[in-house]
Write a protein that binds this ligand. Structure first.
Ligand SMILES: [Zn+2]
Length: 489
C-alpha cells in the first residue's frame, strides 16, 4: 500500500474525547449533538401576556451571573487552591500517591468557605455567599461554582501558556461571569405531552428579584425533539437555558459512544467504500461513492439559487453601507438582512450535511473524504461579490464540520485529503485538462467552466463531478497524487 502524506491521514471525529485501543484497532470516541427546545414567548416589545415571565428569566440569568462572578473572584483570589495536590492511597500500586485536586473537592471547599451551615456557621469575612445571595437554590449555586472552576482553570492555564510564550501581545483577559445557566435537576422539569399542548411546558425555578419560585413556561413541542431525546444510544445531559434578544430556549446536549475503525485499518480492506465530497458554489456538494476503483453512486446537491439570492441581499447591504457612509461594521448595520443571510447559510449547511450523512449511512464502514479547505482571500470584483465569496467560504466550512459530526454519530470517520489539482486533472487518465462552458452550442474555454475535457484521452464530464472523483484518487495517492518524496538536506 502506498503511503499518504501525513496531512492526508488526519482523522477527524465529531466528539470531544477519543482514545485508541491497540488490541481492537478501533477508535472509541464520543459524538455530541444539541437539540433546541424553544420556549414560546410572546414578543417582548408587544407587551404580551408573557412579558412578566420574560422579565423573570432575565432576572434569573442576571442574578446567576452575579453569583458566578462571586465565585470567579473567590477562585482568582485563591488561585493556589486550584493548583493544590492531594495525597491518596493507590490500590493498584499499593502506595501513597499524589494527584491534582478535583472539581468536586474544589466545590466542597468553596461551599465550606462561603456558605453558612451548621458545620460552618461562620463563612470567611467578605466572602459570605449566603448573605449576598439569600435563598439562592443550592442546585443553582453548585452550577455556578462548577462554571467558575472551569472558567478560572482555563484562564490560569491560558495565562501560564502566554507567560511561557514570552509574547507581549495576546494577554488573556480575566474571565467574565456571563454564561448560559446549566439547569440541573431541582431547578427545572420537563412536562411533555405531545397530545395536549396545554400540558406541554417546562417548569423552571426563577428569581423574582426578591425570592425564588417555580414558573411554568409553554414550549414549542415537536415530534422531532421527542424523537431525538428518546433515540437509543444517546445519553442526555443537563440542558442550558439560552436567552437571546428575541427568544428563549433550552439547549439539550446528548452524547453517544461511537466505535469506528481507524482509517489506516479501513484502508487495508479491498472492499472499502469511500464517499468523496466536492464542495462548490452552484453544486453545493457533489458526492461520489467508490468501491473497488469504480464509482457506484453519485449525488448532486444543488443550491436552489441560494448563491444568487444571497448575492442580491448582499448587494442591498453594500448599497446601504455606501449610502450611510459608515465604516463597514457588519454586525451593526443592516442587522436584519445579515441575520437572514446567516440563517440561510446555516440552514443550507445543515441540509447538505444531512444529505452527505444519509449517503454514508447506506455504506456502513465507509470513509468520508473532504478536500482540505483552502484559504482563498476574496479579491477584485465588487464589494458585494467579495462579501458573497466570503459567505460561500464560510458555508463550505460549515458543511464540512456538520457533515463530519453527523457522519461520526453513525460511526463514519472523516479524512481530509490534499486538494491540489482536483479540479484540473482528468479523473480517468490523470492528465491535465481544460474546463469549458457551452454557449449556443459552442465551446468556450473558461477557467471556471462547468464542463471538463481531457486533451489526452478525450474524456468529457461535469467539472464538479470530475473533481469529486479526483478526491478518491487523492486519498489513495493515485497518479499525480503521489506521496511527496522527502528532500534530503
Ligand atoms: Zn484523460
Amino acid at each position: 500500500m502506498k503511503k499518504l502524506d501525513k496531512k492526508a491521514q488526519e482523522q477527524y471525529t465529531g466528539g470531544i474525547k477519543n482514545f485508541c485501543s491497540r488490541q481492537e484497532h478501533r477508535r472509541m470516541g464520543q459524538a455530541t449533538r444539541t437539540t433546541k427546545l424553544a420556549l414560546s414567548l410572546d414578543k417582548r416589545d408587544q407587551g404580551g401576556a408573557n412579558s412578566e415571565k420574560c422579565a423573570l428569566l432575565d432576572a434569573t440569568v442576571q442574578v446567576l451571573t452575579q453569583a458566578r462572578t462571586f465565585y470567579i473572584d473567590l477562585f482568582l483570589a485563591h488561585a493556589d487552591k486550584l493548583a493544590e495536590r492531594v495525597a491518596y492511597y493507590s490500590e493498584k500500586h499499593a502506595e501513597m500517591r499524589e494527584r491534582a485536586i478535583s472539581a468536586n473537592e474544589l466545590l466542597t471547599w468553596a461551599e465550606a468557605c462561603t456558605v453558612e451551615t451548621q458545620e460552618h456557621p461562620h463563612p470567611w469575612p467578605g466572602w459570605n455567599f449566603t448573605e449576598a445571595f439569600p435563598a439562592l437554590p443550592f442546585v443553582y449555586r453548585r452550577s455556578v461554582i462548577k462554571d467558575a472552576i472551569g472558567k478560572v482553570r482555563s484562564y490560569l492555564s491560558n495565562r501560564a501558556n502566554w507567560q511561557k510564550s514570552g509574547k507581549k501581545k495576546g494577554r488573556p483577559g480575566l474571565p467574565g461571569g456571563a454564561n448560559h445557566p446549566t439547569l440541573y435537576e431541582g431547578a427545572f422539569s420537563l412536562e411533555l405531552d405531545g397530545l395536549d399542548r396545554r400540558k406541554t411546558f417546562v417548569r423552571l425555578k426563577v428569581y423574582t428579584g426578591q425570592h425564588w419560585k417555580w414558573v411554568n413556561y409553554p414550549v414549542t413541542y415537536s415530534r422531532y425533539f421527542e424523537q431525538r431525546r428518546t433515540e437509543p444510544g444517546w445519553e442526555e445531559h443537563s440542558p442550558k437555558l439560552v436567552l437571546g434578544k428575541h427568544a428563549a430556549s433550552l439547549h439539550v446536549s446528548q452524547t453517544k459512544e461511537v466505535r469506528a475503525k481507524k482509517i489506516i485499518e479501513s484502508k487495508r480492506s479491498p472492499d472499502l467504500v469511500t464517499v468523496a465530497v466536492d464542495l462548490n458554489v452552484k453544486n453545493l456538494a457533489v458526492i461520489t461513492v467508490r468501491q473497488r476503483a469504480a464509482i457506484i453512486e453519485t449525488v448532486f446537491v444543488t443550491d436552489h439559487g441560494l448563491d444568487q439570492q444571497r448575492y442580491r441581499h448582499l448587494k442591498r447591504i453594500a448599497k446601504k453601507q455606501w449610502q450611510s457612509g459608515k465604516p463597514v461594521k457588519e454586525e451593526h448595520s443592516n442587522q436584519q438582512l445579515w441575520r437572514h443571510v446567516r440563517r440561510m447559510n446555516e440552514d443550507a449547511a445543515h441540509k447538505v450535511a444531512r444529505r452527505i450523512a444519509q449517503v454514508c449511512a447506506r455504506y456502513p464502514g465507509c470513509v468520508l473524504l473532504f478536500e482540505r479547505l483552502r484559504k482563498i482571500k476574496p479579491k477584485g470584483a465588487s464589494k458585494s461579490r467579495r462579501m458573497n465569496r466570503r459567505q460561500t467560504n464560510q458555508l463550505r466550512g460549515k458543511i464540512t464540520r456538520y457533515a463530519r459530526e453527523k457522519a461520526y454519530t453513525i460511526g463514519t470517520v472523516t479524512a481530509e485529503v490534499n486538494p491540489h489539482g482536483t479540479s484540473q486533472y482528468c479523473s480517468r487518465c490523470g492528465s491535465r485538462g481544460e474546463r469549458f462552458s457551452l454557449r449556443d452550442g459552442k465551446r468556450i474555454q473558461v477557467k471556471w467552466g462547468n464542463l471538463f475535457c481531457c486533451p489526452v484521452c478525450h474524456y468529457e464530464a461535469n467539472a464538479d463531478w470530475n473533481a469529486s472523483v479526483n478526491v478518491h484518487h487523492s486519498f489513495f495517492g493515485e497518479w499525480h497524487w503521489q506521496p511527496r518524496l522527502k528532500r534530503s538536506g
